[in-house]
Design a protein around this ligand. Sequence first.
Ligand code: GLA
Ligand code: GLA
Length: 664
Amino acid sequence: MRRWGVAVRGIGYGGDYNPEQWPESTWAEDVRLMAEAGVNLVTVGVFSWSRLQPAPGELTAGWLDRVLDLLAAAGIGVDLGTGTATPPPWLVAAHREILPVTADGRRLAPGSRQHYCPSAPAFRAAAVDLAERMARRYSGHPALAMWHVSNEYGCHVPACYCERSAEAFRDWLRARYGQLDRLNAAWGGAVWSQDYTSWDQVEPPRATPTFANPAQQLDFARFSSGELLACYLAEREAVARHSPAIPVTTNFMGLFRPVDQFRWAAELDVASVDSYPDPADPESYLLSAMTCDLTRSVGGGRPWVLMEQAPNAVNWRAVNVPKAPGQYRALSLQAVARGGDAVLSFQWRAAATGAEKFHSGMLPHAGTDSRVWREVTGLGADLGRLAPVAGSRVQAEVAMLLDWESWWALEADSHPSHLRLTELLLEFYRPLFEAGVNTDFAHPESDLLGYRLVLVPALYLVSEAGADNVRQFTSSGGTTAISFFSGIVDPEDRIRLGGYPAPWRELLGLRVQDLAPLPEGAVVRLDGAAGPGSAGRLWQDVIDLRGADPLLRYAEGHLAGQAAVTRHPYGRGVAFYLGTLPDRETLRGLVRQACESAGVTVRSDVPPGVEAVRRGDHLFVISHLDRPVELDLGGKSLDLLTSDIVGPAVMLGPRGVLVLTVRD
Ligand code: GLA
Ligand code: GLA
């Protein structure tokens, strides 16, 4: 990673700043209030194309010069947008063909944002031209801390199905398969009369009479993620040419299916993410914790940026519940605990006009005499005290395997059941979170040898290399826990035959003879060491034991008496298999058992709703509860936020946070 630029010391704090939406007379007040809140980093220019370039050619950027000068004078760094997230009306008028087309053939109109086809040459050329002009003008500006290319790639238009995209897809397929008969073989052309005899017959998976060819869908997902990435890369080249020392990022969206973050993150200098947990969801802190861990993981464990969150409510859900008092702070400090080195919001000043005027801002419509503003200044002060944490790493002994290609294939049509990967990841993540166990997400082909425990939730598609990697990890002493519907197909979405999961039968000491998903909402009782009351949900595998020990058996139905969850020694390690999704309590016990078998320390001193995360020499203890909670810290420690010595007994207030200095 290139260093962040001199403007940001300690933990970054700020938000999207859209001064072009306000009269220039408010700018001085903005900067004064930013200083009051401890803001040291703002994102500028993300949606400014029509103001930066009202017509093709030169920038009309005097206003932006003045904004950046003001910020630089106040010591505030700028994460500068390339401005290309939404094409301006003149570009659309000159090139209607840049408007994206949906799978059912509708051309989307301008009037909101992100209305571009990523494969459209006119769009790409205009975007690179703007990025280049921005870089030429601002690469030497003292406020410039980081480049922010486009915005939330794929958020509204993850793929385009227009004729130009179809041509680009065909080129991509030609490069991948070379020969048409290779494509026909990979896509199973013999099924449903789909053998192509010429490349120009091949189309994107547009709206069809019934479910489309899943291999075609998978390739189109690969292609579409790649087309967006090509847009990013072209802009990145343009800015990096002018400012090679300035880090370049684009903001990811957490567990967002269209964009393959492992592939993308390799092209970023610093990973960044937008995180909008729903305050109406009592467990929203779990999803946001996963988002943080994912961003750290795709960024190779290096410090990352929380690029956006809402200081209070958003405007884009059906009902937009505000954050509870203290929730903005607790979730911000969660991001720092999980390796974030900057905490930014959308947006600095709540808008008075346009589509996002009911989205909260750090400076609300009500002004500074407001709860939100008091929380904003309070958090700024907290983050100032956390400067010693900046740059430190989060060590994880546990990894969950995640592969976007498998995700795309898993959620294609015509499968035994509608598994949703995010929900499954959350099920396996919850007990780790509760036990204060740091968890990374890892690509199946990445180096796993630094972990003790690897979880494999519904890794439907796996390459030879990935399958072998899991075997090697286990045989060399690791503990592995694999769930149902893993290792089912190869990268061409072709079933691996002979009993599931073919690449891991020997590892697991079993074969799955048949898949037996449960009807929605149904449960099946389970027997075994977990005690009475255990149940399976979602799925049942019909398991033939080939050496594995059953830990739980089905207790009713056709499969009564047969193994549901197993354990098998393999080489110097151990492999667990879950042929069903156990209820939360049972899963908690199994995950703890796997942790213990792996030598991973689990905490039992963390009450529900409280999170404990170790980052470097600090232990973050964060309550997500709206009532006080008593903790036993097991000793006395220094709290970085208050400089008090606390413990062993502590009463943590509603959504209270401690950042304890740990010596070991
Ligand atoms: C996204 C976008 C921002 C803004 C926020 C609102 O994260 O990147 O421009 O629209 O959503 O929540
Ligand atoms: C999506 C994204 C958010 C935000 C909204 C509003 O839902 O997840 O980050 O951008 O759109 O446009």
